[in-house]
Design a protein around this ligand. Sequence first.
Ligand code: UDP
Length: 140
Amino acid sequence: MAIERTFSIIKPDATARNLTGAINALIEKAGLRIVAQKRIRMTRDQAETFYAVHKARPFFGELVDFMISGPVVVQVLEGEGAVLKHRDVMGATDPSKAADGTIRKLHAKSIGENSVHGSDAPETAAVEIAQFFSGNEIVG
Ligand code: UDP
């Protein structure tokens, strides 16, 4: 399998509970390397652009409000099959349906406040990474 990069966010519910290290430990244990990372506060514009694909969904407004409600940690993860590997470590969107041992099963509060984001395909990952990182901030 090819070495890929994926985009990850540790969301405000997780930074509020000081879970950045616990989540990073699960990411690294799965064999993914954190090749870029920064703690930021997203602007409303950034959050709306990032989740534009969900604009028509009923939860869009709440989702944007949540994503700007506190600091987030944005990351680039690298490894073999990184996109799928990270989705596996994250677990299902709804934590009540997430598999044992996954980040969302262990830490997420609800389907909305679900602790982490991960890209769903290499193409999306490239777009999402470019929204938050310049090339020289990523050190593989
Ligand atoms: N979300 C929500 N309510 C829903 C579905 C999704 O609040 O019914 C939020 C949740 O934070 C989720 C994000 O919207 O992580 C993006 O949804 P998606 O279906 O892309 O899930 P993901 O890829 O994050 O698992």
